[in-house]
Design a protein around this ligand. Structure first.
Ligand code: IPE
Ligand code: IPE
Ligand code: MG
Length: 232
């Protein structure tokens, strides 16, 4: 295989359409979609990808019908619990991106424990974006900077690197490859700052059907590209 991206970000889309195509309720799609995250984590690890970031729930997704939001939250809670063993077995360091204050306290506690317990694992850095929106992330960053201004931060100290260090992705390299499943070709408020030079890969395959073979296709397509960063 050609060059492997260091950081792959994925917009997990199409759970609902996948379920519908099978004559099943949307929530079945979410259940199978959550299972697939596990498969793709292992596949990334095997392929030598160091960072994987998945978009699991956006700040806009709260607008979905109540029972769907409840079902997704329940799934995410149980997923986070299984993550403790998953992380241990696969040498995964887990981080959650997004506004934890908007989540229920029980979930927040699980996240903080999970991050603490897995922080020294170095095989795969796995980020889950949950209650995440890029605009919200930037607003939260600016608010924290404003606080630090009161503590002495000067205007001249503000640089791109410095702003990046206020984002949820602090310390994580920018994605090399962004994959969106299920045919839509938009960012839906995901990693706007971080994707400045990311290569995009879109596929019609719905998320629950996006397997290791599909991931390999995406990585191969990336390997064939000539990456440029604004120069000649
Ligand atoms: C992605 O699948 C999962 C979440 C956004 C939580 P969707 O639920 O968006 O599935 P479609 O796009 O309606 O098919
Ligand atoms: C984007 O998918 C958000 C996540 C995958 C978590 P959506 O299905 O919510 O996005 P839109 O509504 O099609 O833009
Ligand atoms: Mg969708």
């Amino acid at each position: 295989m050609n060059q492997v991206p260091e950081h792959v970000a994925i917009i997990l889309d199409g759970n609902g359409r996948w379920a519908k195509s099978k004559g099943m309720p949307r929530n079945y799609g979410h259940t199978m979609g959550a299972k697939n995250v596990e498969t793709i984590c292992r596949a990334c690890h095997n392929m030598g990808i160091r960072y994987l970031t998945v978009y699991a729930f956006s700040t806009e997704n709260w607008k979905r019908p109540d029972d769907e939001v409840k079902a997704i939250m329940k799934l995410l809670k149980s997923y986070l619990k299984t993550c403790f063993t998953l992380a241990k077995d696969n040498d995964m360091c887990v981080r959650v991106l997004g506004d934890l204050d908007g989540l229920d306290p029980d979930m927040r506690d699980t996240i903080l424990r999970l991050e603490e317990e897995t922080k020294d694992y170095g095989g795969l850095h796995f980020q889950i974006a949950l209650n995440y929106g890029s605009r919200d992330e930037i607003v939260r960053a600016v608010r924290r900077m404003e606080k630090d201004r009161e503590a002495g931060l000067a205007t001249g100290d503000i640089t791109e690197e410095m702003l990046a260090s206020y984002l949820d992705t602090k310390g994580i390299p920018d994605p090399d490859l962004l994959i969106r499943t299920s045919g839509e070709e938009r960012l839906s408020n995901f990693l706007l700052w971080q994707c400045a030079y990311t290569e995009f890969y879109f596929t019609d395959v719905h998320w629950p059907a996006f397997n290791e073979e599909e991931l390999k296709k995406a990585v191969e397509s990336y390997g064939e590209r000539n990456r440029r960063y604004g120069g000649v």
